[in-house]
Structure formats: structure tokens, C-alpha cells
Ligand binder design. Structure first.
Ligand SMILES: [Zn+2]
Length: 68
């Protein structure tokens, strides 16, 4: 699911347009939202960022990817 979202965003991005991939904390008590990656970015690097993403507020390491 993350890969499909990445591909959609990479293909849909206009050359000069800056897009972001947002991550949202999966903890109900936190729900912090932050920018996990800026697009366009090579897919494997964006995937690496998403795998390493952890909530900067509560350190939860299972963030939910949201549209930017
Ligand atoms: Zn959190």
C-alpha cells in the first residue's frame, strides 16, 4: 500500500511542483503529523525514509502514511 501511494505521487508530480508525504502517528493518544519525505525523490530512498520514520513526539515507529 505504501508503494502504491509512492508510485502515484511520483508519477503525478509536475516537474516544478513540490509535494510532500506526510506521516501520522498511529497512537490514538498522540496523532502527531509530520512531513516524512519531500517529492519527487527516488522511490527507493523515499521507501527507506518511510521505513525509518518514527513519531518525533512519542517515538512510535508505525506511522500511517497520509497524502501530502
Ligand atoms: Zn506519536
Amino acid at each position: 500500500m505504501v508503494d502504491n501511494l509512492m508510485l502515484q505521487q511520483l508519477h503525478g508530480a509536475a516537474p516544478a511542483e513540490q509535494k510532500v508525504v506526510r506521516a501520522r502517528c498511529s497512537q490514538d493518544a498522540c496523532r502527531h503529523e509530520w512531513i516524512a519525505a519531500h517529492l519527487p525523490m527516488p522511490l527507493e530512498k523515499a521507501a527507506m525514509l518511510m521505513q525509518r520514520a518514527a513519531c518525533p513526539k512519542c517515538a512510535d515507529d508505525r506511522p500511517v502514511v497520509a497524502h501530502g
